[in-house]
Design a protein around this ligand. Structure first.
Ligand code: SF4
Length: 379
């Protein structure tokens, strides 16, 4: 059955506005990527990929993410955007923007990064996971030729971000790991121009490319799926331990880290699993790393499940606080205590939020009125 979807992405630029309309006609598939006959073999305009090795017989071995695709000539990786053309691995998505918008930074969510400011946010098609609950499956589970994209060089992206007035660029919506080369080139330019750089990722990346990227990144959000390894295998197509490793590497690098855990109804919202995650975060990342519990809404291939009961999300926050984490938030829960940031010394609100919007910020350069320094990026 053909299905047509359209999404509008609008961002303001000084003196003009750019409207990207993305459309596609396809049925989403959560299965492994198939070799794609429709992909171009012409390498004109394609960007050679990083992090791969050439093997005998024209085979290439991609070492960017834990999927470790070994691709014969003509084949595309599981992420749908990296192809072996004539024994060389190319990125099919470099410079191909599928979504762009200026969003509140809180929407990523980052709650300890430039509160109340915005991020110039962009994505290309593709993803190296197959989450059955993906919220952006229209672009994340698409080959580049299945969605409408707009070409933008890294220079054009940074110029547009500067014109928008946003102090940061966010690589988000789909999975930035799979447009690594594009992200890296944009991030290097952005840093030269004084912009902050934010990565919103599932953290499914190999250590070496991650370490090479981090010097150009200010903040990294890891969308951690579940503490149960079987959940990763059954619902995401990936595995848990590489993501735990990513969080440790990011934290040890000094790049600001926030962790999000989407609680999917009846799948990963049990008290013991939440407690295990909170303990792991405290022991391995420390009590100051923000942990967000987000409420699931029926999406993509899990339309049959009800939304996560609000009390489960609230309970998850209470468990994590009881385990000693200092900054625990809830997402997609209306008018929640977990929207705001509290001083761990006095319990007073220091940043009050309604959903993604900051309504009061008591911090002065990251210091609360009670003189508690709240960790994060504040200016
Ligand atoms: S980045 Fe893509 S091609 Fe490379 S290993 Fe991961 S899924 Fe495979």
């Amino acid at each position: 059955m053909k299905k047509a979807l359209a999404a509008l992405f609008l961002f303001a630029v000084v003196g003009s506005a750019l409207l990207l309309v993305l459309s596609r006609e396809r049925t989403a598939s959560a299965g492994p990527a198939e070799p794609a006959a429709a992909a171009p073999d012409d390498t004109a305009g394609l960007h050679e990929a990083m992090w791969y090795e050439k093997l005998a017989g024209g085979l290439v071995h991609c070492q960017l993410c834990p999927n470790h695709c070994r691709l014969p000539k003509g084949q595309i990786g599981l992420c749908r955007v990296r192809k072996n053309v004539g024994g060389t691995l190319y990125s099919l998505s470099y410079g191909q923007i599928a979504a762009v918008h200026v969003d509140p930074i809180e929407k990523k969510p980052f709650f300890h990064v430039l509160p109340g400011r915005e991020a110039f946010s962009l994505a290309t098609p593709g993803c190296n996971l197959r989450c059955l609950f993906c919220q952006n499956w229209e672009i994340s589970q698409a080959y580049p030729w299945e969605v409408r994209t707009a070409p933008m060089t890294p220079e054009e992206v940074v110029a547009a971000a500067l014109r928008s007035g946003a102090p940061a660029i966010a690589f988000t919506y789909s999975e930035p790991t799979i447009f690594y080369e594009y992200m890296l080139d944009i991030a290097k330019l952005a840093k030269e121009k004084g912009l902050k750089t934010l990565v919103v990722s599932a953290g499914y990346i190999e250590p070496e490319p991650l370490k090479a990227l981090l010097p150009f990144i200010d903040a990294y959000k890891v969308d951690f799926k579940a503490f149960d390894s079987q959940f990763y295998a059954d619902l995401t197509g990936g595995s848990r331990d590489p993501v735990l490793r990513t969080m440790k590497i990011v934290h040890e690098s000094g790049v600001w880290l926030e962790v999000v855990n989407l609680l999917v109804t009846g799948k990963n919202d049990g008290a013991e699993e939440v407690r295990a995650l909170a303990r792991w975060v405290k022991e391995n990342l420390g009590a100051d790393v923000p942990l967000h519990f987000s409420r699931f809404h029926p999406m993509h291939k899990l339309m049959n499940l009800p939304p996560t009961p609000v009390e489960r999300v609230v309970r998850a926050r209470e468990i994590a606080l009881a385990e000693g984490l200092r900054y625990v938030y809830t997402g997609n829960v209306p008018a929640a205590e977990g929207d705001s940031t509290y001083s761990p010394k006095t319990g007073q609100i220091v940043i009050e939020r309604k959903g993604y919007f900051v309504v009061r910020n008591e911090l002065q350069d990251g210091v609360a009125p009670d003189r508690t320094a709240i960790p994060g990026i504040w200016k």
